[in-house]
Design a protein around this ligand. Sequence first.
Ligand code: LLP
Length: 442
Amino acid sequence: MPDRTMDQFQYRDRTLFCEDVPVTELAKRYGTPLYVYSQAALLEKLNEVQTAFAAAKPIVCYSVKANGNLSIARLMGQHGAGFDVTSEGEFRRALAAGPAGAKVVFAGVGKTDAEIEFALRNGVFLFDVESEQELHTIATIAHKIGVTAPVALRVNPDLPPKTHVKTDTSVKGVKFGLDIETIVDVAKTVVNNPGVAIVGLHMHLGSPILKADPYRMGAEKGLNLIKQFRAQGHDIRYLNMGGGFGINYRKDEAKPASAFAEAILPALKESGCQLILEPGRFIVGNSAILLSRVLFTKSTGGKHYVIQDAAMNDLIRPTLYGSFHRIWPVTPAANVPETPDVNGDPDDPHPFRDMPNCFKQDVVGPVCESGDYLAKDRPLPGVTRGDLLAVFSAGAYGMTMASNYNSRPRAAEVLVTGRTHRLIRRRETFADLVACEQDCLS
Ligand code: LLP
């Protein structure tokens, strides 16, 4: 079976291409580190979600936090997506790039009064409300400006652990949502409150989730709550199942969107609600590579290091979550096998492990921390100064989590479609780094 993990990134004659562009050309033109996105991959994955859930005519709200670049947000909006946002900044991105009237849902445990008012004045489709105080604050602000705020209560459905502890949002004891035991009592406090209309139920289980079953359990628990809200007199019309659909970081460990649809649709149908989804990673995760250039190699303390110009400030996921991102040379010395060798070991699917000259190496960046690495003990062919590396599955939570640590300008981003490439974010400069600072003692 061919590896379909990142279809739009394939080797031709020992050179990695993004769609029809050799990425070597992009490195030369735009420099490194560089995020390279495939427009075809983005649209394929959005379409996969829309198609899998078509029977329910879902409102697909692309999760801006995964990748908020204006061009990517615009592409999503042009192809029928609304937006899931978690701050005024993300809301403004949705307004700037989305088509007029695009639906924006606003989640997050800590919305400020100013953000709430901004959302109300800019046509928020639904607030996903995460606490009783937030609910009453929204009601007060809405009342003050003479509107009724549309609200979905976010429940923590109290499911077993299902992903990394830092990104599991539906286990007991996390800050997200309202407790499933008390959410119905909270809903009761705003029956007949003219400031808010509870019209939906929201949950976001965590991210990434590789199994469909938690969605089945969540939707069933949701259905039960919706019945109780309705009994209180709330006109519940929306069930928002959030995002979290996992992707193939290694090989084919993730589920297709259809598996999640199968899990969610039965309870949804019984609820009679309109479905909302908030996928981010599923759409953008495997649409991009982070392209880097090898600066040096060295062997020290019994280990081999590839020191390249992308660092934890560019892609923090390996450092923060111990995440696995495949890393391949852009122009390998030997042919890349069409079927990457997994040798029955799903944890080591690296296509180079059986290639000549392959040995375990740590891929690290220039940042001054031992935690600055993109991969540890990774079987890779030997590389030399100037070689290019591709860090795969970098489209989601790559650039949005990038920082200027060590005063490193953030990377540029380029969007490829067919043979065409366009810069969608220029590389930062030193002037950008100090733009907000006042050198007041000079
Ligand atoms: N909806 C809500 C309310 C969320 O909190 C999130 C993600 C999403 C939707 C989108 O989830 P997705 O479909 O992208 O999995 N930085 C971490 C992931 C944090 C996810 C935060 N919330 C990472 O790099 O793995």
